[in-house]
Design a protein around this ligand. Structure first.
Ligand code: TXA
Ligand code: MG
Length: 318
């Protein structure tokens, strides 16, 4: 049985004992273990059923910690970290030997982030170790944004969930790579391309366009974050409203801005599984700013598109 607790001492103890514990961050809940202990990190993969080729993010307390685990750190990292860390920005950098291969899935690079949540920071400070943590969901499922979400999915598999309330941001961090003398967004997130440009100028590329390139960030797999009810994208949810099918509608237009959409997005994904519909539809948001990360998650959560033809729904599976 898993216990939900608000006591950070429990989390400190679990990490130091080599156990895995769910921890709150400002983005989504993470499933953390001592990032320097191979056996502890292995447990994360086992619990999540995460494929071994998918590397984890190493969470650290302060900017000075980055160079403990990464080398050849360009100035841009410090400029960005000073502005956005602690916060939802992850730096992919050449790794130092001290980081076990299991954390990086055998890559020469390591992803490092300073989480902003007070409780997570306390655990980092008290344990004095970096914490490797993916999102606290089973592989391929929706990232959890509350302690209850974690509990429902991982009950019995971990001893504790540290309850830090609902995650303020609601979608995962932006993953920014500094490998190979270029700066590239591997996963769009809360920190937008514009936010990055404000600090380091526009001398970097956005998403990788080269299809021949190996998947650099396995989180970029096409399907991810998926509800079990098949979700379809539609141009305009209103168009489907007078059709008499039993389907769920995720209406993002009711939120007052994109931040509110991000904050509620994964909860909306969860809602269409309970009660269960045959399928559900969703309309993307405007593809700009934070909308890029939101649309990325919608793409990954959906199985295809629906178009309306002569008053009938036509399904286009990806
Ligand atoms: O907001 C977040 O980033 C959350 C919280 C818990 O910090 N974590 C999270 O972790 O979303 P995860 O494991 O679900 O996603 C991490 C992403 C994956 O897409 C992974 O492939 C990528 O980061 N990643 C990790 N290490 C990498 C590396 N060395 N090179 C390229 N991509 C890497
Ligand atoms: Mg994840």
């Amino acid at each position: 049985m898993t216990e939900i607790t608000k006591n950070t001492d429990v989390a400190v103890r679990e990490i130091l004992n080599g156990n895995v514990i769910a921890l709150p961050t400002e983005t989504v809940y993470g499933l953390g273990a001592n990032g320097l202990k191979k056996r502890a990190v292995l447990k994360i993969f086992e619990i999540k059923k995460r494929p071994a080729f998918n590397p984890l993010i190493l969470h650290v307390f302060e900017i000075a910690d980055i160079e403990k685990y990464a080398k050849n750190i360009p100035d841009e990292v410090y400029m960005l970290a000073e502005k956005y860390s602690p916060g939802p920005l992850t730096f992919v950098l050449p790794k130092k030997k001290i980081v076990p291969d299991i954390v990086t899935a055998g890559l020469d690079s390591v992803a490092i982030r300073l989480p902003a949540h007070k409780m997570f920071r306390e655990v980092l400070k008290e344990t004095g170790v970096p914490i490797a943590a993916p999102s606290a969901n089973m592989f391929g499922k929706i990232s959890p944004t509350t302690a209850k979400d974690v509990f429902r999915e991982l009950n019995g598999k971990i001893n504790y969930v540290l309850d830090g309330g609902k995650c303020k941001i609601g979608i995962e961090s932006t993953v920014l790579s500094f490998i190979g003398n270029k700066i590239k967004i591997l996963r769009p997130g809360y920190i937008t391309k514009k936010d990055i440009e404000k600090v380091i100028g526009n001398n970097f590329s956005g998403k990788s366009k080269n299809k021949n390139e190996k998947i650099l960030s396995p989180g970029m797999l096409k399907s991810h974050y998926a509800p079990s009810t098949p979700l379809y994208m539609i141009e305009d949810t209103a168009l489907a409203n007078n059709l008499k099918n039993n389907f769920g509608v995720i209406n993002l237009l009711k939120y007052k801005n994109l931040r509110a959409v991000a904050y509620n997005l994964f909860e909306e994904f969860r809602k269409i599984d309970n009660p269960k519909y045959e399928f559900a539809i969703i309309q993307k948001v405007e593809e700009a700013g934070l909308g890029i990360a939101i649309n990325d998650r919608i793409e990954k959560a959906s199985v295809g598109k629906i178009i309306i033809f002569n008053g009938n729904l036509r399904f286009r599976i990806k």
